[in-house]
Design a protein. Structure first.
Lengths: 374, 254
């Protein structure tokens, strides 16, 4: 075990990663609830050309111009998306994907161009792709803390406005609140969060920092404030523990390690979260609902047979069952399977009817479904 | 302009288009104060768009809206809006009381948070729509009818003299429909103006005093007794059989 409080570099790196986690987690919750998770992705990828241009203009990697360049490029990318959506029939998510690809591609071209130049200063510029937390300096962390604190304070002050924006923009507008300006401000805050993460996780992995804590936190609570706090906490935990892990284990890059820790938290919460988790649902519903969900074909056949109550052996063609089922469902295999279990029988060429056992099974399924609903 | 409170809402020459396709064409509408009006028309007639455009929620190509004789920008605070239930994200992490409290945000302004007073107002509104017992229920766990009552309560909290509701009876259960009708009647009796986008022709004479028949253009508007005629309905709905059958059923009910 290494001495966390004695190791200056580790302390700086862990602090920087923690700040990033808190800000990205809190803001990401709102992005997630607004179904704007892709925006974080587009913003961070779009930052790359801004970084390259800032480097070309200043000839160095001073934090402030690089951050400004990244923020400006991200901002321009969102404006481009808005313009495309307003002026064309391209849907929002496609416009986001396009701007992501165009900006990121342009950034890579610039990056390659810079790296071909006989210029020692460019060394390490590619660390903005995947981050290089180990190179964080005290000044970087100070800048990150100031920006991060500004974001979180704004979020707290405009809490109810951002809640309106996320839940019911139209209603907010009807109250006379300036929803479009708030939307712009929120995008700006996301840009700042991305800028905070540039040095730590880099532009490619940044979107995970925005989306993942929110997705995990949503599993764990049904209220907004706890969700934002939990998301921020998950962000801090992942940031700090990723930083520590990567310093304990040699050659482990910090950014990707943080994202891996984060992904583990997400998977655990998706599976084990009370009420919303997969495991909980499986335990709660698994015992009660299996056959109704598994044997829709049986249920259809039962429903058809109910139309001929006096004629239990009345056969129904497979084509009818096919039209009642989802496109591409393997009806033949299901029929054979049901027949093997004694639930249905063939009563003619391509005609099927439920057996008495099958009818009882179908009725039990209906009772269970009723029980579940009550 | 003088302060004229005779007319709650005046819409003049309102035209709305989505990508060059006119959705509303040159709408003129006057809603007297205290009126209880239904907006009726076939699918795609622009019913929801009309109230959204009147509230400035969708951009209008042309037209003017006045609220109690004043320009809309000055009168918007006098209108409470109930959006269509289906347009909202109900898997949002919040509870019933919190949603209803949002109705107070307009009067709170920037930076102030809702406190005890606001929550008490929200509780009173919830009681009125018989949802008082559900105030801590996550909204993800509400039925459609309960969702609709929550949205109505949120608008009641605004205590506005005009209410605009977008399809409040769409897909709700009978108790919810009765609760909404009771609230609308109460508001109307207190002199408030109620404008409802409505889809059920049969209940128009029972629930409303006046009606606007809309099909991209305003076909006719006025008191139900004068305007809600078979002839006007045929003009609005293009004489489709189902509609006329519904109307016939409504006639025999009365």
């Amino acid at each position: 075990m290494i001495d966390f409080f004695g190791d200056y570099t580790l302390r700086v790196v862990a602090l920087g990663s923690g700040i990033l986690g808190a800000v990205a987690g809190a803001l990401g919750s709102f992005a997630y609830l607004r179904r704007q998770s892709l925006v974080g992705d587009a913003l961070s990828h779009a930052a790359l050309p801004g970084i390259a241009i800032a480097f070309l203009l200043t000839g160095g990697k001073a934090p402030l111009p690089i951050m400004m360049g990244a923020a400006l490029a991200g901002w321009v990318a969102t404006l481009a998306v808005r313009l495309v959506v307003r002026r064309s029939r391209v849907p929002y998510d496609s416009a986001l994907g396009m701007s992501l690809a165009v900006f990121f591609g342009f950034g890579l071209v610039l990056l390659t161009f810079i790296q071909k130049r006989p210029d020692a200063a460019q060394a390490g510029l590619d660390s903005f792709l995947f981050g290089q937390a180990a190179s964080l300096l005290r000044e970087d962390v100070v800048a990150m803390s100031i920006l991060g604190a500004a974001c979180l304070i704004l979020l707290a002050v405009l809490w109810k406005e951002f809640k309106l924006l996320s839940f019911d923009t139209e209603f907010g507008e009807s109250l006379g609140r300036p929803m479009r300006r708030l939307d712009g401000l929120f995008t700006l805050l996301l840009v700042v969060a991305v800028v905070i993460g540039l040095r730590t996780v880099g532009v490619v992995l940044m979107s995970a920092m925005v989306v993942a804590p929110a997705a995990a936190a949503r599993q764990l609570t049904n209220r907004l404030a706890p969700m934002v706090v939990i998301a921020a906490a998950i962000g801090v935990f992942s940031g700090v523990s990723g930083a520590i892990l990567s310093s304990i284990i040699p050659h482990l890059p910090t950014g990707p390690t943080i994202v891996l820790v984060l992904s583990t938290v997400v998977v655990v919460s998706l599976v084990f979260a009370p009420r919303r988790g997969l495991l909980w649902r499986w335990i709660r519903l698994g015992r009660l609902q299996p056959s109704a969900a598994l044997d829709p074909v049986l249920m259809h056949l039962y429903a058809l047979s109910q139309q001929h109550p006096d004629e239990p052996d009345h056969g129904h063609p497979m084509a009818v069952l096919r039209t009642m089922s989802p496109v591409g469902a393997d009806i033949e295999r299901v029929l054979v399977d049901l027949q093997a279990r004694g639930l249905i029988e063939a009563v003619g060429e391509g005609l099927w009817a439920p057996t008495p056992i099958g009818r009882r099974e179908a009725e039990r399924n209906i009772d269970r479904a009723d029980e579940l609903r009550s | 302009m003088i302060d004229d409170r005779r007319f709650a809402l005046e819409v003049e020459d309102l035209t709305v288009a989505y990508s060059d396709q006119p959705v509303l064409w040159d709408i003129d509408l006057v809603v007297p104060a205290g009126d209880k009006m239904a907006i009726i028309g076939p699918n795609g007639a622009g019913k929801s768009t009309l109230i959204k455009a009147a509230m400035g929620l969708v951009p209008a190509v042309a037209g003017e809206v006045r609220v109690f004789g004043r320009p809309f920008a000055k009168g918007r605070g006098e209108i409470a809006y109930v959006p269509q239930r289906s347009g909202l994200e109900w898997d949002f992490p919040t509870d019933v009381l919190d949603v209803v409290t949002m109705g107070t945000y307009g009067s709170l302004g920037w930076f102030r948070r809702p406190g005890l007073v606001e929550r008490e107002r929200a509780r009173a509104a919830l009681d009125e729509v018989t949802m008082g017992a559900f105030e801590r229920r996550p909204i993800a766990q509400l039925s459609g009818g309960q969702q609709q009552r929550v949205l109505l309560a949120r608008a009641l909290v605004q205590e506005a003299p005009i209410l605009m509701l977008d399809e409040p009876f769409q897909g709700v259960d009978a108790p919810t429909e009765r609760a909404i009708v009771a609230v609308l009647d109460r508001l109307s009796n207190e002199g408030k103006t109620v404008i409802v986008v409505h889809h059920d022709l049969q209940t128009v004479p029972e629930y409303f005093d006046s009606v606007l028949l809309l099909n991209v253009r305003a076909i006719e508007s006025g008191p139900v007794a004068d305007v809600f005629t078979e002839e006007n309905l045929r003009l609005t709905f293009g004489g489709r059989v189902g509609v006329l059958a519904q109307l016939a059923a409504a006639e025999t009910d009365r």
